[in-house]
Design a protein around this ligand. Structure first.
Ligand code: PLP
Length: 416
C-alpha cells in the first residue's frame, strides 16, 4: 500500500487510475450501450477474451470500469465487479460460484435480505449451516467435506455482533475454502478485509461508500488471497490466463452477464463521488455513534445498548483488535418497557424514521416489526433481536444536535 493517506488517495484515485479524457478529474458518464469496432477481427478477439474491450454495457462500460478500479484500489485487491445493488452483488456471486450439493457455513447474524437469499439458495440444493461466528469453534464444528466457503458480515446489524474475522480467515486458509466477507458496515479505512485474509469482499455501495442516499449499487472485490486453482467449481472455460482472475471471470460471465443486474453508468458516477469523502464521513459517523451510544448507555430510560465501541459489548475487545479507526456507526437499543418504541421514534424531530443505513443523516427504525417482520420469533431470538429494539444508523450531523434530539425525545416520555 502506498504511503499516501487514505483521503489523498481517494480524492485523486479517479484521475490517477483511470486517466479521464481531456484531463478531467472525473471519468465522465458514458451512456453508450454498444461499442463500435473498426475491424471485425477486433470484436471477435474481444468475444474470445484475447483483447480487453467494452462490447456491450451489460457486461462492461467505461464509467463502471473506472469505479471498479477505484474500489479495487480501496481494498487492495486484484479486481472488482460492480452490480446494480448490494443484494445483486451477493446473489449473483453466489449463484455463479456454488452448485447443488455444496455446503456453506453462514453467519446466523445476517442482514435480513441476505438471510432471505440464503434461504432461496438452499432451495436450489445448496446446504447451509448457520452458526454463531463470534466464536471460531462453531465454524470449525460446522465444516464438512463438501464445504465450499464461509460467509459472514464484519459487524452484524442490528445487534452489532462482531465475527471472529481473523480466526475465520486463518481457518479458511487452512481448509482451502472461500472466505466471503460482507464489509458494508465497516468499509476501509475502518476495516480492511484483506488483512484477515478474506477471499471476496462484498459491499453495498448504497451505504457508506455512496453515503448520500441517492444511488444504489453493490460490488464484489477479490483480495487476491484465495487460490482459485483449489476451487472445484471454476468452469474450464474460465480457467484461462492469470489464475488470480479465475473467480472474477466466472462472476463476470455467470453472475453479471447471465443474471444481468448491471450498475448503470450514471450510478457509477454518483458512487465514485461519494467515495472521495468516505473517510471523513465515516470517521464523523463513528465518532457520533460512540458518543450517542455512551449517552444512551447512561440514560435511565434505556435498558440495553448494542454498540461494539462500548466496553460492555460482548465482542468489544475483538472489535478493538480487528478494527482500526472506529466501530462502525450502527447501534441498537431497548427502552424501558413503559415506553412504546413506536411513540418514541415519532418524538424524534431531527432523526429520520427510515429503513436504510450508512447515510449522512441519522436514521431510526423499529426493527422487529419492519425488516424482521417475515422472521419468526425464534429466528429473531437466535439473532438477538428483541421485539422493542430500535436501530439507529448514525449520520454526520453535529454531535450536540443529535444527542439533544434523543435527550428531548426521551424526556417527552414519562415512566410510571
Ligand atoms: C444494505 C445491505 C446489503 C444490501 O445492499 P443493497 O444495496 O441495499 O442491495 C447487503 N449487506 C449489508 C450488510 C447491508 O447493510
Amino acid at each position: 500500500m502506498s504511503k499516501q493517506g487514505f483521503t489523498t488517495r481517494q480524492v485523486h484515485a479517479d484521475r490517477m487510475l483511470n486517466k479521464p479524457e481531456h484531463g478531467g478529474v472525473h471519468t465522465s458518464t458514458s451512456n453508450s450501450v454498444l461499442f463500435e469496432f473498426a475491424d471485425a477481427q477486433g470484436i471477435i478477439d474481444a468475444f474470445q477474451g484475447k483483447r480487453a474491450a467494452h462490447v456491450y454495457s451489460r457486461s462492461s462500460s467505461p464509467s463502471v470500469a473506472a469505479l471498479q478500479n477505484m474500489l479495487n484500489d480501496l481494498e487492495g485487491g486484484v479486481g472488482a465487479v460492480c452490480f446494480a445493488t448490494g443484494m445483486a452483488a451477493i446473489s449473483s456471486t453466489l449463484f455463479s460460484l456454488v452448485k447443488a450439493g455444496d455446503h456453506l457455513i453462514v453467519s446466523q447474524y445476517l442482514f435480513g435480505n441476505t438471510r432471505s437469499f440464503f434461504h432461496t439458495l438452499s432451495q436450489f440444493g445448496v446446504q447451509i449451516s448457520y452458526v454463531d461466528v463470534t466464536d471460531i469453534q462453531n465454524v470449525k464444528e460446522a465444516y464438512q467435506p463438501n464445504t465450499k466457503g464461509v460467509y459472514t458480515e464484519t459487524v452484524a446489524n442490528p445487534v452489532t455482533q462482531v465475527a471472529d474475522l481473523q480466526a475465520i480467515g486463518q481457518y479458511c486458509e487452512e481448509r482451502g475454502i472461500l472466505y466471503m466477507l460482507d464489509n458494508t458496515m465497516t468499509p476501509p479505512p475502518v476495516f480492511y478485509a484483506k488483512a484477515v485474509k478474506a477471499s471476496l469482499v462484498f459491499c453495498s455501495l448504497t451505504k457508506y461508500i455512496a453515503g448520500h442516499g441517492n444511488v444504489l449499487g453493490g460490488a464484489v472485490i477479490d483480495t487476491g488471497e484465495y487460490n482459485w486453482q483449489t476451487f472445484e467449481n471454476i468452469s474450464t472455460d474460465y480457467q484461462v490466463a492469470d489464475t488470480a482472475q479465475w473467480g472474477l471471470t466466472q462472476i463476470r460471465k455467470k453472475g453479471l452477464r447471465d443474471l444481468g443486474a448491471t450498475l448503470s453508468p450514471s450510478s457509477a458516477t454518483s458512487v465514485a463521488l461519494g467515495l472521495e469523502t468516505l473517510a471523513m464521513r465515516l470517521s464523523r459517523s463513528c465518532q457520533n455513534a460512540l458518543k450517542l451510544a455512551s449517552f444512551l448507555d447512561n440514560h435511565p430510560k434505556v435498558t440495553n445498548v448494542f454498540y461494539p465501541g462500548l466496553a460492555s459489548h460482548p465482542q468489544h475487545f475483538m472489535a478493538r483488535e480487528q478494527m482500526d479507526k472506529g466501530y462502525g456507526a450502527i447501534l441498537s437499543f431497548d427502552l424501558v418497557k413503559d415506553i412504546d418504541p413506536v411513540a418514541f421514534i415519532n418524538s424524534l424531530k431531527l432523526v429520520i424514521c427510515a429503513t436504510h443505513l450508512g447515510d449522512n443523516r441519522t436514521l431510526a427504525l423499529p426493527v422487529a416489526p419492519t425488516i424482521y417482520f417475515e422472521n419468526s420469533a425464534e429466528e429473531r431470538e437466535i439473532m438477538g433481536i428483541s421485539d422493542t429494539m430500535i436501530r439507529v444508523s448514525v449520520g454526520i450531523e453535529d454531535t450536540d444536535d443529535l444527542i439533544s434530539d434523543f435527550a428531548n425525545a426521551l424526556n417527552s416520555h414519562c415512566v410510571s
